[in-house]
Design a protein around this ligand. Structure first.
Ligand code: SAH
Length: 285
């Protein structure tokens, strides 16, 4: 062991894990108490304690204390809208190639789970959301989980994404019912080379989005789903868990390319498999 973890500070969020692997999130405040059915844990006992330490309740129950990961945070945070699950968030961050300073248009923002993942990866995020209560909750969750400085890179506007996108962006990431309605707006607002990604619970939504992408200047189109199966590992009993989250949503992805300006002069866009026919739509495969 290379040494104790960074001590917990007042105002920080700490995850407390009991023997049955149940997780609780507490925000540390002097004088406060965390009540369990096995007694009380005083926040004062947690403040200054190195991360990864054990703490004991007044009824001698022991708990592990950890800073929540981004995955823990998203699973434990207050939600109004259905959030995108961590397995899909991880894939979205890579597929859309999110990194520091990348300008993203995200719509709708819902509870802000996706926003948090994008901001944590360093993006500048403009969010379009039609419901004021969700816009406020998303801003609150971002501030709560990433700190007030993250709000400098997060601007949520109360507006309908089906009506258009203002300004110029590098990525368009959608979690709303009819993403195909946004594709023409993305064609105008996004730089070529930029990525559009739509998360849809239904494959019918994914297919309609693909149909609309196929008639525009898009390359590298694909639709995937992420399967995540946890395993039970105990002695010789090593097998997949009986239960899994079997379905969340599909990820449909495409990159904007320049339109064909000269008749017969094929876009050299489809470099992924080299099978595009001259003059055919690069995304119609
Ligand atoms: N990705 C979010 C959840 C989004 S839920 C998260 O991880 O937390 C879908 C959101 O889209 C809802 O908040 C809904 O109000 C919003 N929405 C639906 N249609 C919209 C539209 N046309 N323009 C903007 N937001 C829209």
């Amino acid at each position: 062991m290379s040494g104790p973890g960074r001590p917990f500070a007042e105002g920080e969020r700490v995850m407390i894990v009991d023997r049955k692997k149940r997780h609780y999130l507490v925000t540390l405040a002097p004088g406060n108490q965390f009540h369990t059915h096995k007694g009380v844990v005083r926040h004062d006992d947690l403040i200054g304690l190195p991360e990864g330490s054990w703490v004991t309740s007044t009824r001698a129950e022991r708990y592990v204390t950890l800073r929540p990961t981004l995955e823990d945070t998203i699973l434990l945070m207050p939600r109004g809208a259905q959030v995108i699950y961590p397995k899909d968030l991880g894939a979205i961050v890579l597929l859309a190639d999110i990194g520091p300073g990348v300008r993203v248009l995200e719509s709708g923002v819902g509870s802000g789970a996706l926003s948090i993942a994008l901001l944590r990866a360093g993006a500048d995020v403009t969010g379009y959301e039609i419901r004021e209560d969700f816009a406020n909750r998303a801003r609150h969750n971002v501030e709560e989980f990433l700190g007030p400085a993250a709000l400098d890179r997060y601007h949520v506007e109360l507006r309908d994404c089906y009506e258009g996108i203002d300004g110029t962006v590098e990525r368009v990431i959608l979690d709303l019912p009819e993403p195909w309605q946004v594709v023409p707006h993305a064609e105008r607002a996004m730089v070529t080379g930029g990525t559009l990604l739509a998360y849809t619970p239904s494959i019918v939504q994914a297919a309609r989005t693909r149909e609309r992408l196929a008639v525009g200047p898009w390359a590298e189109c694909k639709t995937i789903e992420i399967l995540h199966r946890s395993w039970h590992v105990e002695g010789d009993a090593v097998r997949p868990d009986h239960r899994m989250v079997a379905h969340t949503g599909f990820l449909t992805y495409a990159r904007l390319i320049a339109g064909e300006s000269v008749a017969g002069d094929a876009v050299a866009g489809d470099v992924s498999d080299g099978s595009a026919q001259p003059g055919s739509s690069p995304s119609a495969r």
